[in-house]
Design a protein around this ligand. Sequence first.
Ligand code: HXC
Length: 269
Amino acid sequence: MTDAATSTPTSDPVVRVELDGVVAVVTIDRPRALNALSAEVLGELERIFANLSTDAPGTRGVLLVGAGGRAFVAGADIRAMSSLGPAEAAELARLGHRAAAAIEALPVPVIACVDGFALGGGLEIALACDVIYATDASQFGQPEVHLGLVPGFGGTVRLPRAVGLARAKELIYTGRRIGIDEAVDSGLVVRRFPDRDALLDGARKTVEQIAANSASAVGIAKRVLVDAAGRPTDAASALEIGGFEEAFRTEDMHEGVAAFLEKREPRFT
Ligand code: HXC
């Protein structure tokens, strides 16, 4: 399908961005296909997350959501994948990895707000976000083996980090779907909410809490956390030491420490 071979945007935006104060809401908007990730969606995600700091410098947190109320994302677009050869499939996987990397490279936290299905590539994109919040109606899984496929947008890398290697293997080998109870118990989902409104409200409140802190400190912390993941202890520790040193070069660090000593609220820049 041409959709899988290119990421040229069509007339209807498949990913929308709305700015609301310190919060940016990025919506994957293909509800008729349960927000399946076409190459166009992935290209737009990569572009939007790569440019967000420049386009919306006041943003302190991003909510990534799926449109339509049935799914966050039901996976990579199976119809578009059906006509790909191996080299094109690898190119699609690379595109998904670039979109995930752009989410991780953004210096502000990204909350995946899952309401409904987060399957396959959809779960993989959620895993590239900093945390996953979800409604009670949500279901998660890596069903690729049911299609003769394997995860291709980072599931074998990030799912073990989120839930542990053995649990990730069991989920990937069986392809089974899990509900909210198991998703919370396994650590995949950080907070659960009864419905979509409560989910978005809770995620906004988290961004507001983050926005009260130093933007540079949160950005350094995110970069160290992302870069250190999966590295040996000494290499990860070196990254943390580098981040701690970097914080001492920021105005916010001097302001935050001075404010504590002067018993007043900090005024971060
Ligand atoms: C394309 C999809 C889709 C997908 C759903 N649709 N998932 N289209 N790609 N991943 C479409 C259906 O074809 C259908 O369109 C419409 O969305 C509604 O879906 P239904 O199946 O009718 O809904 P329902 O019966 O409620 O079942 C929901 C579902 C099921 C359980 C989520 O749709 C499903 O199993 N989807 C596939 C999930 C999956 O296998 N994901 C992993 C994909 S592989 P029409 O036009 O018929 O109404 C992957 C690999 C990532 O993600 C790495 C790649 C490199």
